[in-house]
Design a protein around this ligand. Structure first.
Ligand code: BES
Ligand code: ZN
Ligand code: ZN
Length: 469
C-alpha cells in the first residue's frame, strides 16, 4: 500500500491529514528512500514486549514499522511513542512517512512528536538534512491546538539554550519587545536606572556586577474576557556564576539555563495569545546576570528591596530569590493579580529532594494547588507540594536586617528559599512558587526530550489556565 492509499484509508469524516514537515532535521544524514508507515499498537506480542519496541518490515521500497506503546500511564505512553517515532525520523530521514494509529490519544502522540523532534542545532555548522513530511490524520482543532502549545514550549527551550554571550538582560528585553509585537502583547521594560529610582534594590544589586545590568520586563496578554490577570513571574538569571560567592568549576556549567523560569513564562504567554484564552495573563520577567566584578554586590551587604524590607546578603549565589522578591512586589503593587505563579530554577536543594521527576511547589491556596497538581499529572509536568511552616523562616533571621537571603546551612534549602519568597506575598494572595531547578533541563535526555532544556511549565500552565475558563 502506498501513502496515498494510506491517506484514503485513514481519513475519517471528522478528521483531516496534516503533514509535519521540516521538523525532523538531522546532521549528516543519508536520506532513506521510499516511504514509511508507522503502525502504532497497544497490543503486546512476542516481538513487541516493552514500550517503544519496534518491528521493521521492508517490502518493495516501503518500510512498515509496528511500534508498541506499552507503559502504564495512559497519556504519557502515547507521548513516549511519539518521541520514539520522532527520534527514528531524525536518524533515518525518510522521504515521506505516515502514522497509522487508533483515534484515541492522537493529541498526546503529537505532543511526543513535536517535543521529540526539537533539537537546539543553530550553532552546528554541519550540513543538515531534513526528512520528508510525516502525515498524521486527526481532528483539525486538536492538531492546531497541540501545535501552538508545543511550538511555544519549543521556543522556550530554544531561548533557554542560548548562551549568556547571546542572551543577557538587555538582549532579552530587545527580544521580548519584538516577541510582544508578534503576539500582540503590551510590553514594558524597566531598566536598572528606573529600577533604582523605584527602590527595587534587590534586583538592582544582583545585576550590578555585570556589564549588562538588570531589567524587569512586563508583558501583558489582555485575554478575551476582562478580569484580573493571572500574573506569572519568571526568574531570568541569564548566567549564574554565583557572583562573589563564586560557584565551583563543576557547579557553573549549565547556569545559562538559570533563565528557564522566565523562558517558560514567555512560552506560556505565546500559547495563551495564540489560543486566545479568556483569562488575562501578565508576565513579569526578572532579568539579571549574576557576575563578580569591582561593582558587584557582596556578602554582608544590606540592600533595600522594593517592598521596603531590608535584606542582608549571606550568599551572592542566592540571587534568584532576590530578583523574584522585587518582581513579586512589583506585581502586587502594580498589576492587581488574581493570583501569582512564579517559575524559578531556584535551589540545588530541590534537585537533591525531587530530581528531574517533579518540580517543588509552595502554595498559599489549596484550591490553586490542587488545580496545578491535576494539570501536572495530566501533562506529565508534575509537581509536589513542599511545606511552608513559619518555622522555616527562623533560618532567615538576621541580626542587622529584616531578613537574610540564605541560612548558610543546607537543611531544607528548597523550603527555606520558598519561605523567603513568601515573605513578599501579601496576606490572602493566592500564590504558587514552582522550583524547577531539577525539571527545567535534563542532561541525559528522556523519551521525548533530547538532552538540554525541557521547557517545563508551559504545558502544565496552559492546561491549568484553560481549566479556569
Ligand atoms: N541557580 C541556582 C540553583 C540551581 C542549582 C539550579 C543547580 C539548577 C541546578 C541558585 O541561584 C543557587 O545558586 N542557589 C543556591 C542557594 C544557596 C546559596 C542558599 C544553591 O542551591 O546552592
Ligand atoms: Zn545562584
Ligand atoms: Zn540562580
Amino acid at each position: 500500500m502506498d501513502i496515498s492509499q494510506y491517506r484514503k484509508m485513514f481519513t475519517e469524516k471528522s478528521a483531516e491529514i496534516f503533514d509535519i514537515a521540516n521538523a525532523f532535521e538531522i546532521l549528516h544524514a543519508e536520506k532513506l528512500e521510499g516511504e514509511v508507515i508507522f503502525h502504532v499498537t497497544d497490543e503486546k506480542t512476542s516481538l513487541l514486549k516493552k514500550a517503544g519496541d519496534m518491528v521493521v518490515r521492508e517490502n518493495n521500497g516501503q518500510t512498515e514499522i509496528d511500534i508498541y506503546t506499552g507503559g502504564e500511564k495512559e497519556r504519557d505512553r502515547w507521548r513516549k511513542t511519539g518521541g520514539r517515532i520522532a527520534s527514528w525520523m531524525k536518524s533515518h530521514c525518510p522521504e515521506s512517512a505516515a502514522l497509522d494509529c487508533g483515534p484515541a490519544n492522537r493529541r498526546e502522540l503529537l505532543v511526543g512528536l513535536f517535543l521529540g523532534a526539537y533539537e537546539f542545532s543553530k550553532y552546528k555548522e554541519a550540513k543538515k538534512e531534513v526528512s520528508g513530511p510525516l502525515s498524521v490524520v486527526m481532528d483539525k482543532a486538536d492538531f492546531d491546538e497541540v501545535k501552538i502549545i508545543c511550538d511555544a514550549q519549543n521556543m522556550a527551550r530554544e531561548w533557554a539554550h542560548e548562551p549568556a554571550s547571546v542572551i543577557n538582560p538587555w538582549t532579552l528585553s530587545d527580544r521580548a519587545r519584538s516577541f510582544a509585537m508578534v503576539y500582540g502583547l503590551e510590553c514594558t521594560v524597566i531598566d536598572d536606572e528606573q529600577l533604582k529610582k523605584m527602590g527595587a534594590g534587590a534586583i538592582v544589586a544582583v545585576g550590578q556586577g555585570s556589564r549588562t545590568p538588570s531589567r524587569m520586563i512586563i508583558l501583558q496578554y489582555p485575554g478575551t474576557k476582562s478580569g484580573k490577570p493571572v500574573v506569572l513571574v519568571g526568574k531570568a538569571i541569564t548566567f549564574d556564576s554565583g557572583g562573589l560567592s563564586l560557584k565551583t568549576t563543576q557547579g557553573m556549567p549549565t547556569m545559562k539555563y538559570d533563565k528557564s523560569g522566565a523562558m517558560a513564562v514567555l512560552g506560556i504567554l505565546r500559547a495563551a495569545a495564540m489560543l486566545k484564552l479568556e483569562t488575562p495573563v501578565t508576565g513579569v520577567i526578572c532579568a539579571a546576570e549574576n557576575m563578580p566584578d569591582g561593582g558587584a554586590y557582596r556578602p554582608d551587604d544590606i540592600i533595600r528591596s522594593l517592598s521596603g524590607k531590608t535584606i542582608e546578603i549571606r550568599s551572592t549565589d542566592a540571587e534568584g530569590r532576590l530578583v523574584l522578591a522585587d518582581g513579586l512586589t512589583y506585581a502586587q503593587q502594580n498589576l492587581d493579580p488574581r493570583c501569582i505563579i512564579d517559575y524559578a530554577t531556584l535551589t540545588g536543594a530541590c534537585v537533591v529532594a525531587l530530581g528531574g521527576t517533579r518540580a517543588g511547589c509552595i502554595c498559599t491556596d489549596d484550591a490553586m494547588f490542587s488545580g496545578l497538581f491535576a494539570s501536572g499529572e495530566k501533562t506529565q509536568e508534575r509537581i509536589w507540594r513542599l511545606p511552608s511552616d513559619e518555622d522555616y523562616f527562623n533560618a532567615l533571621k538576621s541580626p542587622d536586617a529584616d531578613l537574610k537571603n540564605s541560612s548558610g546551612g543546607r537543611e531544607a534549602g528548597a523550603c527555606v528559599a520558598g519561605m523567603f519568597l513568601k515573605t513578599f506575598i501579601n496576606e490572602g494572595m493566592p500564590w504558587a512558587h514552582l522550583d524547577i531547578a531539577g525539571t527545567a533541563y535534563n542532561m541525559d535526555g528522556s523519551a521525548y526530550f533530547v538532552p538540554g532544556s525541557t521547557g517545563f511549565g508551559v504545558r502544565l500552565t496552559i492546561d491549568w489556565l484553560k481549566s479556569l475558563q
